[in-house]
Ligand binder design. Structure first.
Ligand SMILES: NC(=O)c1ccc[n+]([C@@H]2O[C@H](COP(=O)([O-])OP(=O)(O)OC[C@H]3O[C@@H](n4cnc5c(N)ncnc54)[C@H](O)[C@@H]3O)[C@@H](O)[C@H]2O)c1
Length: 368
């Protein structure tokens, strides 16, 4: 069940097995979402909302509450600790206590953490209920959920997951205004990733405009880069919804390193920082192997620098410990290290059996 298009906004339609996901990018979309949701025949709503977002946009949450009359509102502290079974259990309890049934719909307001928690629960509760996602961070908009949701277990990031998409995703870029500069940088990491793996022209666009985005945020056209970023993600997922072919793996560029270093930092390193470091290390490895040219490697570095993303680990790391975990990543098989790397700007590939010596030397190079 999806919503009709609002006027004057960008729209992406992603065809997935048994489902079509509609994604809208634009401004001032909240009233439209409420209106549309009320025209659908849902048996009830549960709202999941990020606690910080709820404080900043108190009036908006009240409006959602008064108009949708949800059977419950679950406030979610955006901590990686909550992306685990414990929190999921308590949310599940709330759904069953509210007699929420499979004809109901989750309405989710928040960043990637709230999105993954509610999305994972939506994928399994009564074998799947609808979800309308209103991502409110640049990370959750530019890399919004398309057919994958996940939670973590102990230090293993995103190890438990489902293939699931919200039926409708509404990226209202007005919400980006209240984000800190740091959150903008973190969100840019995934947008840069989409450009690097799939589009030379988007990479050039970011090269030209990112310095301006960082110096005059309010005047920057965020709609355009969120839209371009999601066009790429949607296209790759549509071609390979179950992540079986090399094409989908591009979306994991930087993530093999990122998942490990984020987990080993006890999630003190933020996802966007870890992805940026992961891309820098993978780029370095590809260049050292004679695959990625110096010029293209430097373009990647310029983009990540322009977005003010880190170039070193914040604390020293144990390379052998990291190597051990890299061998256990979802993409690696047979106890070897596999990595997604860039061949050139706009083209990625997967390499298997990467030299441990090269990985160790790279990890040492990135020590503070
Ligand atoms: N399933 C997917 O496809 C997917 C994609 C990308 C990221 N993720 C996951 O998302 C998580 C990271 O997401 P994130 O970076 O959005 O982090 P987050 O959800 O922690 O949000 C970041 C911070 O921004 C605050 N916030 C949210 N909206 C705000 C607003 N409009 N104004 C001011 N503050 C606001 C939050 O309270 C939080 O403090 C990671 O766990 C990552 O694995 C999942």
């Amino acid at each position: 069940m999806f919503l009709k298009s609002p006027k004057n906004n960008k729209r992406i339609s992603v065809s997935l097995p048994n489902k079509r996901q509609e994604i809208f990018v634009g401004k001032d979309l909240s009233n439209w979402i409420i209106g549309e949701l009320l025209t659908k025949e849902y048996s009830g709503f549960i709202i999941f909302c990020d606690t910080n977002f709820a404080k900043i946009y108190k009036d908006l949450l009240i409006e959602f509450k008064e108009k949708l009359k949800p059977v419950d509102i679950i406030l979610v502290e955006p901590s990686e600790d909550n992306k685990r079974f414990n929190f999921l259990n308590s949310s599940l309890e709330r759904c069953t206590e509210a007699n929420f049934n499979r004809k109901g719909c989750f309405v989710v307001l928040g960043g990637g953490i709230v999105g993954d928690i509610a999305g994972f629960l939506a994928s399994v509760y009564m074998r799947g209920v609808d979800m309308v996602f209103v991502p409110t961070t640049l990370m959750a908009q530019g890399d919004t959920i398309i057919n994958k949701v996940a939670i973590s277990h102990k230090l293993l990031k995103n190890i438990i997951g489902s293939f699931y998409s919200p039926c409708t995703t509404v990226c209202d870029t007005n919400f980006l205004q209240s984000l800190s500069d740091e959150e903008i940088s973190l969100g840019l990491s995934e947008i840069i990733k989409h450009a690097l793996i799939h589009s030379k022209s988007f990479t050039n666009h970011l090269l030209k405009t990112l310095p301006f985005a960082m110096s005059d945020r309010n005047a920057y056209n965020w709609d355009e880069i969120v839209y371009k970023s999601l066009k790429i993600k949607g296209e790759l997922v549509e071609k390979d919804p179950y992540d079986e072919l090399e094409i989908h793996k591009g979306l994991s560029y930087g993530h093999t390193f990122a998942n490990v270093i984020e987990g080993l930092s006890q999630f003190n390193l933020r996802h966007g920082e870890a992805v940026a470091l992961g891309m820098r290390m993978s780029g370095h490895i590809s260049h050292e192997m004679g695959i990625l040219s110096k010029a293209d490697f430097e373009i990647q570095e310029m983009l990540l620098d322009a977005a003010r993303l880190p170039s070193k680990f914040p604390h020293s790391v144990d390379p052998d410990h990291i190597i051990n975990y890299l061998k256990r990543d979802k993409i690696s098989t047979n106890g070897e290290i596999s990595l997604v790397i860039l061949e050139k700007i706009g083209k990625h590939k997967v390499i298997r059996g990467v030299s441990e010596e090269l990985v160790r030397a790279t990890l040492i190079k990135f020590q503070p």
